[in-house]
Design a protein around this ligand. Sequence first.
Ligand code: PLP
Length: 458
Amino acid sequence: MTPPATPVRNSNAERDIANVLHPYTDHRAHAKNGPLVIARGEGVKVWDDQGKEYIEAVAGLWCASLGFSNHRLAEVAYEQMKKLPFYHAFTAKSHEPLIDLSEMLIERAPCAMSKVFYANSGSEANDTAIKMVWYYNNAIGKPEKKKIISRLKAYHGITIASGSLTGLPANHKMFDLPVGDRFIHVSTPHHYHGAKPGESEADFATRLAQELEDTILREGPETVAAFFAEPVMGAGGVMVPPATYFDKIQAVLRKYDVLFVADEVICGFGRTGNYWGCQTYSITPDIITCAKALSASFLPISAVIINDRVFQGLADGSSTIGTWGHGFTYSGHPVAAAVALETLKIYDELNIVEHVNKVGAHMQAKLRERFEGHPLVGEVRGIGMVAAMELVADKGAKKNFEPSAKVGPRLAKLGEAEGVILRGLANDTIAFSPPLIMKADEVDEMVERTGRALDALA
Ligand code: PLP
């Protein structure tokens, strides 16, 4: 049921309006319309506090990979809480969940990696990766090599540093982040909007690699430290890169000795049809950041996986100073680590990559079949179990609606009425990133409900 326009007195909605400051929310609209209060979840569905059922088309925030009712994870958390609810990892303290999880992540990494550091969110993982890159270059005697390049429309988080990596206007406007100083953005690898008339995907990729090289040369290669990229850009609009893009980008980075940081916060753990997005695009990163599906989002935990080159720099720096002065109280929290470890075991047992390939192929086909011909849809794109459809006012001209038309939020609202939770991104792009455990018939139901909502918008 859509939340009441005038909340019932003392209802959840009224108490929410009175007390909660929501992330990513228009606070004035929230005060008028109230929240959607989710009360429980089962499988790929959630129910609101009025008892209405919804299919979760985005797994919450691209993260509830095993859905909303995996009791095995709940039990592992409970057992770990009884055994050792907290211990930290500062000053070389450790515990078994931390050791086991790190060993497993190193084994699973898409290329030879050396060590794993933990944080609580994707933003903190990327923030940490930035600090590692800076520290590393100081330690190896290259203190001027500090600039970081990421892409327009990238999403890497919202802390002061990771928010500066992010390439979305809403995350910069009015926040006064240090964008443009050490943080530089290059073009989005999105052929649909970015290509010149008649330009092939391969030529488009070559042009973007040239743009990267020109940027590095303009800034001075001795000042450029790292390139951050999501294998498939998620929150910026699910942009699947041209096939040759990352090969060409990596050739430029190698030429100028620029580190590659792969943000696998959405792509990691099967989402793109391989265990890592890096494998889908033959990326050999120096650093990987991951979160979300790492613990199926049953508890907050993120990881930064580094290669030996980076580790040696950090180790040299720490022995000069006497410590590596970075870490969170909850870095490698034992309960979160135990849940993450169990999550990875469950992925193995479910053959999650194989499942994503099978159901993902069905999902991509179904979305194209239902929406590609729709007058309001400009492009349907995606890979594995991540996809998007972009809504347009003029299909031929690939022209989006004016922001004031608010078609994304309106479709999300119509979706709620049809029993599907949709997420509208920038440029009126609607994301699909359901729990990885979603089955083919549930995909059909998700597409069906979304289709009814879109028809109602037309
Ligand atoms: N990186 C990517 C690719 C993400 O999609 C996100 C969140 O959606 C983040 C980083 C930030 O993660 P968090 O919201 O946990 O800070």
